[in-house]
Every structure is written in C-alpha cells, then in structure tokens.
Design a protein around this ligand. Sequence first.
Ligand code: M6R
Length: 365
Amino acid sequence: DKGNHRHFMEKEIYEQPEVISHALSHYVDFHSHEVKPVDAAIDFKSLRGLAVSACGTAYLSGLVGKYWFERYARLPVEIDVASEFRYREMPLSKDQAALFISQSGETADTLASLRYCHEAGLKIGAIVNVKESTIAREADAVFPILAGPEIGVASTKAFTCQLAVLASLSIAAGKARGTISAEEEKQLVKNLAEMPRIMSQVLNAIQPQMEALARDLSKFKDVLYLGRGTSYPLAMEGALKLKEISYIHAEGYAAGELKHGPIALIDENMPVIVIAPHDRFFDKTVSNMQEVAARGGRIIFITDEKGAAASKLETMATIVLPNVAEIISPMVFSLPIQLLAYHTAVFMGTDVDQPRNLAKSVTVE
Ligand code: M6R
C-alpha cells in the first residue's frame, strides 16, 4: 500500500525518519547514550581487520562504513563489490571477520562471497533487511536493519538504515577496541539519536526545491557527482540512483579525481552535483568546484548553512541543509540525492518503482 504517495519509492523516502529511529533503537540506548552489546560471534576487540562485500547500493553503504570503522575503531577494512570479491583469491586470515550487506539477503554474488569467507574460517556478520533470507541464515551474527519491506527497485530507506547500523557498529567496535572514550561514545550516540528529527525537517524543507530542480536536471544527458570522504560514496550513490530510475547517464567521482580525467568532460551540458557539508574536506572540495566553474560547468551545490555561507561561487542551485554532526551527515545528505533522482524520474515519466531491465533482487550471477 502506497498510502497517499504516488510511488513506493516516494513512500519509502518519507518513511526514513521513522524506520531509522526503529533501527537505531536496536543498537543504541537512547537514555544512557551508550551502544548496546554486539552479538558475541563478532569479537571486534580481537579483530585485525574486516572484509566487507556487497553489491550496488549495499556496497556503497559499506564504503561509507569503511571510513567509520577505520576512523572510530582503527580497524582496517578491505571492501569490494561481491562479484569481484568472490573471485579475487585475496589472502584472508582468521583474525579478520567478514561482513556482508544485503537488503534482500538473496543476492547471488554476495551469498557466494559469504560462502567463500565461511570456507576460509572467518566469522560472518550479515547486515540484512529480510531476516528470513539465505544470507541471514548462513551468518554467525545477523544485524537487522529493520527498514520494513522495501518495494521500490531503487533502494532508499534500506541504504540509510544500513548506514545507521554501520555507524552504530563502528561505535561499538571503537568502544570494544578502546579507540573511542566513553565521552566520545555518548556524543556520537547523541548525534545518532537526533537524526530522525533532523531528517523529517529536511524532507519537509527541501521538497519544493528538489521538484523544481528536477525539471531542470531532466533536460541533461550526463551528470557528474563529486564528493570527498564519506561524501564520495554518496556521490556514487547519487549517480546510481539517477541512472537507475531516470536513465540519465551519471557518474560519481571522488572530488580529488576530477583533474585526473573527468574534468575533460566539463562544459555547460553536464551539470556537476557537488556534495559538500562543511567538514574537514570542505575547502578542498570548493577548490574542485572552482575548477568546474572556471570551465563553464554548471554546479548544483549540496551543502549546509556553514558551507553556503563560506562559498561565494555562482551555482545553478544551492541546496542548504542544516549543520549536522559529521557522523550523521551521510544519512542527512542522502535525502536531497534521493529526492532529486525521484522527481527527475517522475518528471520524465519513467516507471519509477520498476525501472527497465532491473530486478529488486539479483539472484543470478
Ligand atoms: O538486496 P541487495 O541489497 O543485496 O541488493 C543489492 C543491489 O542489487 C541493490 O542495492 C541495487 O543496486 C539497487 N537497485 C540500488 O538502488
């Protein structure tokens, strides 16, 4: 049931504050602001590394997770798309654990990667939405994302719930490994707890602007997304979302890679969507934005209040989100990205919930 929404995708975008709050309550205590104990099958304290594998949007959530595990838990993360991971013959050792991320829990390549790690004797964690799935059944520890059924082929709420779970797990890992203090843990959990309310506000505030901007975006054939740090996987997720449902060609790049190739494409026919919260990478990303502007590129700037105040560049549009703590910015910044793709597809009249050639669950290689 779509309720009063036109598509499941739209419904699922607007459900995010509620489902994320539900997901978080499974992993953190909203009163004591501590993380809850993690399934003992994954002993973060003794681990030397984490091998992460997934496909599509689930892979991109894992890529954000890599930044968090490395930063908060000082835990090295090896991550790859499952279709490569399973054939790479990478050296694995038993002091690593393996983590698989899958909304459906049935993705063929992800399952094959899981079995490969199981053979190698690694403990297996699964971040899944469907708890009765094959991937959940074959894991030693299941970390549910509790997003509720996701019907739209383009993943939205599963992505942000995966992020919420990964953020919580990385704090738990940091606590177990003694790499974050009790005070830092409390602060990070407080930040997570604020997220549902902030997401609701953002969804309401930006909707009209996203709809208007989507009309402009629908006139282009190519779009480039740029970001640094955790905004880099978000840039790739933005591009994936746009190409899946609007069929506009889009690429996501690390902003620092601009000069190593994609800058050759910049002209007035390829808008560049820059995802840049006012974090420690902001100035660097702005200098990449200047390079785009100097070559006549049109910029759609997704930033926060501080970022908007700090940049004087002329843009095609500037989307201003509230200033938020660094750990929640990937979830908050997902919202304009999802809405922009959604409204562009609606405007172009594509089949938003069931885009051509795609299946919700990819159970063959
Ligand atoms: O069910 P899974 O999370 O394992 O699915 C992985 C991908 O097939 C999926 O995320 C796909 O990329 C989505 N259509 C993205 O919106």
